[in-house]
Design a protein around this ligand. Structure first.
Ligand SMILES: N[C@@H](CCC(=O)N[C@@H](CS)C(=O)NCC(=O)O)C(=O)O
Length: 214
């Protein structure tokens, strides 16, 4: 890998970007952080909006290109480091289910969780991208009950995405702390990569709060 190949992760602590950092750690990937102090509103400054017009992290820069959206970032990074064993190969029978459950995160889970959190009525079931909240979560619960990982015995990048997501959504009380979800999230949060990122985030978040005077 050349210097040009190094991944830049636009980052803010204790946000969705933390999941991408955990994945980079799990992959053993070389990366630099471009840190944005969200408490000081740096994600809305023109410099960052020129990189990602939505002002959102995670965003990554790699080989002169920008990749946004967790779903795309997770697939991209895990494929970039196949030797880490976190992505089923193109001809693996698990490739389809792997992509299914990663896409489910962005296409069904996130919209459902945000509607639920905001106490907003979902669109009618035939128009809602996720049917309804209970059905969306029920399908996940059924899949995870087979365990120990989303695809069975094998841990993949999808589990990093989902383990981190269950951790924060249960913390915010937007997903119920069912045993199956708690045990699943712990499989990821007890790993050294998650622990390292969480400890570094606590320190960085405190520095950001002090710098922003909040
Ligand atoms: N659609 C994006 C959403 C990312 C997102 O919502 N990021 C939040 C952090 S948790 C953010 O950057 N918020 C900053 C802001 O909007 O000011 C993805 O899937 O990656």
């Amino acid at each position: 890998m050349t210097a040009d190949d190094k991944i830049t992760l636009y980052y803010s602590p204790q946000t969705r970007a933390a999941g991408t950092r955990v994945l980079l750690e799990e992959l053993g990937a070389p990366y630099d952080l471009h840190v944005l102090n969200m408490k000081a509103g740096e994600q809305r400054k023109p410099e960052f909006l020129a990189v990602n017009p939505l002002g959102k992290v995670p965003t990554i820069g790699h080989r002169g290109q920008i990749v946004t959206e967790q779903v795309a970032i997770f697939i991209y990074l895990a494929d970039l480091f196949p030797q880490a064993g976190l992505t089923p190969a193109l001809d693996d029978v698990l490739r389809g289910p792997y992509l299914r459950w990663i896409a489910y995160y962005g296409a069904s889970f996130e919209p459902a969780v945000i509607d639920h959190f905001m106490k907003r009525e979902p669109a009618p079931v035939t128009q809602s991208p996720y049917a309804d909240y209970d059905t969306m979560l029920g399908a996940l619960e059924q899949q995870l009950a087979k365990g120990p990982y989303l695809l069975g015995e094998r841990m993949t990048a999808a589990d990093v995405l989902w383990g981190v997501a269950f951790n924060w959504t249960m913390m915010f009380g937007v997903v119920p702390r069912k045993d199956v979800f708690v045990r699943y999230a712990e499989r990821i949060t007890q790993r050294p990569a998650f622990q390292r990122v969480t400890a570094a985030d606590a320190e960085m978040a405190a520095q950001h709060a002090a710098a922003a005077g909040v």
